[in-house]
Design a binder for this molecule. Structure first.
Ligand SMILES: [Zn+2]
Length: 691
């Protein structure tokens, strides 16, 4: 139980379920009274009104309490019952884990401090609307464990005394294998390698655990992170630990993932009759095994691609992983008959996503709608924080008065028991004052950045640039950048973009990517200053509903080595459009691109046409040009910004064609065409056919 003077956050939750029809205010009153009985300072009271159908909104109270815990402003969270805190066991587990990491305990007014283990079981049962059942389950498991009964398998060195039943089973030491355990521990302590120990045991024909043929070092060392293996089993010092590991079913793969149990979830029972080695020997072995383990976990982990697992084939829905140096459809690779043979490089995809976000999402008309609500929430969060701060300052003044009063009494006092109690009270108030003082002197957590639309767009724009650079930089930065990007991008799908004249033989060719993500999460990145160094927490403190976004972008680069050619071609085409008195036809572009000193071969003509089509597609996609149907089968392109009607263009094209412009100078490519990202649907028919 946290000592007197601890800071408590109270959370009440009013739900309409008939189990507990008491109002949130009643709950708060009871919880505050409970805190006072414990001598705790209530730093925050929050209530959530239950709303149905929405999980992230309507829980601002919950988020405020979590924010308070994250800010280090409370030591204990007080709730009336477990179901007040989280509706579902899964939520409860996350909450318990988070609070346990922060060193904050959860307390119910009825049950006192609850361990993570109890919380999870209670939450599970609360879900089934029965608090009483939770008590039975916990009592049952504890009772069974205290009688030495366990649910798991039998460790090496022990025997089953009875047949397992619903209550678990009872273990006793095995006269033959228990001494082997002792010997292994002594050998490790003596500095023998686990290989040498296994070799010796195998040479003597000692039967290994699990009925295998040979002893293997892994059986002794186990998994250092999960604390498994003979060398690390605390049962050998008479401690039975529940929740040492936890298993989670991974829905996407159907596999069970085993991870270390949380310290807060673990329940330890003394089972002295099962002790085989001394505490001292056990600890020596732990130190030796730990020193032999790689001290830097995950050191060999390979950097992952920023969009790993997020990319899908838009044609068949399969994943879109790296297939021989480029991303491609997994279904097609496995021969499921998917027609999507396009492949795209990681870098192209990354650029298209980041540039597309800037071009499509960071637009005033898109953000404005949402930013209003966002600004309101940010302002509200700031006000809440300010009032918490003001509250602690008031409390500080009150404490000073209380302390001064007690001091007066003590100075005038007569000693004895009364004086002793006053001294105790003075000590307590001193501790409380220190805590409140620390809290009151804490500066506001985030500086107020402008949330004007232009400022947000500018900040997010430079963030996206930073992220793009960081992805290419040192792994440390790249990992951080990946985390940030993955917080707001949820799915990318890739489909072939059919453009006439593009051969699709080698899987090259333009693709259209559709990007889905969370606008809420993206905007969250705009409320922090140095975004790349931003801490992970506290982003979920705003109780905003998640607003998704999606956009598409086209990657029309043919191949890395022809890219510069494409840009130059766009420049030549632009020159033609500038000079033209009539719509520019595809053949005009082909002629202009033709710089060979001989008559082109059929293959060279095909290449020229493809280059012309690419240049046309580029400008069409950014809506800089439009097509004019001059006559049946004869189409040309004109600058969109020229104020000339189709009729006038058609009339002009009937005039004698002027001489083709002479001496087209190849100028460097305008940067604006680096990645074509545009709302225009590329309709293959729009590309000329009259050659
Ligand atoms: Zn596919």
């Amino acid at each position: 139980m946290p000592p007197a003077g601890s800071r408590a956050a109270v959370l009440a939750r009013f739900s309409s379920d008939l189990q507990n029809p008491r109002s949130a205010d009643d709950q708060i009153r009871e919880a505050v009274a409970y805190c006072h009985r414990q001598g705790w300072i209530v730093v925050l009271t929050e209530k959530d009104e239950a709303r149905t159908g929405r999980t992230t909104v309507g829980r601002t109270g919950y988020y405020n309490v979590m924010a308070c815990a994250e800010a280090g402003e409370c030591d204990v969270v007080v709730i009336e019952s477990v179901s007040r805190m989280a509706r579902e066991a899964a939520d409860m587990l996350m909450t318990a884990r988070k609070l346990s990491e922060l060193g904050v305990v959860i307390c119910t007014t009825g049950g006192g401090v609850l361990s993570g283990f109890e919380l999870v079981i209670r939450a599970q049962v609360a879900q089934e609307q029965s608090e009483e059942k939770a008590q039975q389950v916990i009592r049952g498991q504890r009772g069974a464990a205290s009688r030495g009964k366990v649910m798991g398998g039998v460790a090496y060195g022990y025997d089953l005394l009875d047949e397992p039943n619903a209550d678990g089973h009872t273990r006793i030491k095995n006269e033959e294998t228990a001494p082997i355990i002792e010997r292994i521990y002594e050998d490790i302590a003596a500095g023998m390698s686990t290989h040498a120990i296994c070799n010796a045991l195998n040479a003597e024909g000692v039967v290994p655990p699990g009925g295998g043929k040979l002893w293997r070092p892994k059986a002794i060392t186990g998994n250092p992170h999960l604390r498994t293996g003979i060398g690390r089993n605390p049962l050998y010092v008479g401690k039975l630990i529940y929740g040492k590991t936890q298993s989670k079913l991974i829905g996407s793969t159907g596999q069970t993932k085993v991870t270390p149990g949380l310290v807060g979830d673990q329940v330890v029972y003394d089972v002295p009759h099962l002790r085989i080695v001394s505490d001292e020997l056990w600890q020596t072995v732990q130190d030796i095994l730990d020193s032999r383990t790689n001290p830097i976990p995950n050191r060999t982990r390979h950097p992952t691609y920023v969009f790993s697992g997020l990319i899908h084939c838009g044609s068949c829905g399969q994943s879109f992983p790296m297939v021989s140096r480029k991303l491609g459809c997994e279904g097609r690779r496995q021969g499921t008959g998917c027609k999507n043979r396009r492949r795209v490089s990681r870098e192209e995809l990354q650029d298209a996503v980041l540039d597309g976000l800037k071009a499509k999402i960071l637009q005033p008309h898109i953000l404005d709608l949402y930013l209003d609500e966002y600004r309101r929430e940010v302002a509200k969060a700031a006000t809440d924080q300010a009032s918490r701060l003001a509250g602690s300052q008031t409390r500080l003044q009150d404490l000073d008065v209380e302390i001064e009063n007690i001091m007066k009494v003590i100075r005038a006092g007569s000693g004895g028991l009364g004086s002793q109690l006053l001294h105790q009270e003075l000590d307590r108030l001193g501790t409380v004052r220190k805590q409140v003082e620390r809290q009151a002197s804490r500066p506001p957590t985030s500086p107020s950045l402008s949330l004007e639309t232009d400022a947000v767009i500018a900040r997010l724009g430079s963030l996206l640039d930073d992220l793009g650079n960081a992805l290419m930089g040192p792994e440390r930065d790249a990992a951080r950048a990946r985390d940030i990007i993955r917080s707001f991008i949820t799915k990318i799908s890739v489909v072939p973009l059919e453009v006439e004249g593009s051969e699709d033989g080698r899987g090259v060719g333009p693709v259209r990517i559709t990007v889905e993500g969370s606008l809420t999460q993206l905007l969250d990145q705009a409320s922090a200053d140095r975004m790349i160094q931003r801490r992970e927490s506290s982003s979920a403190t705003l109780g905003l509903p998640n607003v998704p976004f999606s956009f598409y972008a086209d990657i029309t680069k043919e191949d890395a080595d022809t890219v510069s050619g494409v840009y130059a071609d766009v420049a030549i085409f632009s020159q033609l459009l500038d000079d033209a008195d009539a719509p520019v036809a595809r053949q005009d572009v082909v002629n202009a691109l033709h710089t060979l000193d001989h008559n082109p071969t059929a293959e060279e003509i095909a290449v020229l046409r493809r280059r012309a089509d690419n240049a046309i597609t580029h400008l069409l996609n950014v809506e800089l040009i439009r097509s004019v149907m001059v006559s049946f089968g004869y189409k040309g392109w004109v600058w969109t910004h020229r104020e000339v009607t189709d009729e006038e263009w058609i009339a002009r094209s009937k005039q004698p064609r002027p001489e083709p412009p002479i001496g087209i100078i190849r100028i460097s490519a305008p940067e604006a065409f680096v990645v074509v990202v545009g709302p225009t649907e590329v309709v293959p028919d729009e590309i000329g056919k009259q050659d």
